[in-house]
Design a protein around this ligand. Structure first.
Ligand code: SF4
Ligand code: SF4
Length: 135
């Protein structure tokens, strides 16, 4: 089983379509809606965590794309506010993917977005609110 967190942007004509229930029934995925902002006849945004076997996840993503849903990795919405970061390294030990990493020679923390899985573990740990998820 694998997990994938994505941000979905719906065009107005899809807002009242049963897209999420299709993911569950037709693709055998477990779906957890983490955040939602949808208004009838307007655009909507959802943050979803989908769990399932790799081929089912891929098929579900393909279905969403074919329906015209814009899909973005949630990691795109994770921001490291370098201007606020004091390089205290408090977040480094909680980050499971080393997206937040410490250069011990320079004692500097860096953020590598391509490694981030948007688990949000760093958000409550940072005393300076330097890690944000924008949604
Ligand atoms: S959201 Fe998770 S993976 Fe991304 S930087 Fe924070 S702790 Fe690391
Ligand atoms: S916990 Fe916050 S201030 Fe400390 S290194 Fe991490 S992002 Fe920077």
């Amino acid at each position: 089983m694998q997990k994938k967190r994505v941000v979905l942007s719906y065009p107005p004509h899809l807002v009242d379509q049963p897209i999420i229930s299709k993911l569950v029934k037709d693709f055998d995925l477990m779906v957890n809606i983490m955040r939602a902002r949808i208004t009838p006849r307007e655009e909507g945004r959802l943050v979803l965590e989908m769990t399932g076997k790799r081929p089912a996840l891929d098929a579900g993503i393909r279905y969403l794309a074919e329906m015209g849903v814009e899909i973005q990795s949630l990691a795109q919405d994770v921001k490291w506010r370098e201007d606020r970061c004091t390089h205290c390294s408090g977040c480094v030990s909680v980050c499971p993917t080393k997206a937040l990493d410490l250069d011990r020679a320079k004692m500097e923390v860096s953020f590598k977005r391509e490694r981030c899985i948007a688990c949000e573990l760093c958000i409550p740990v940072c005393p300076y609110h330097a890690m944000e998820i924008l949604f």
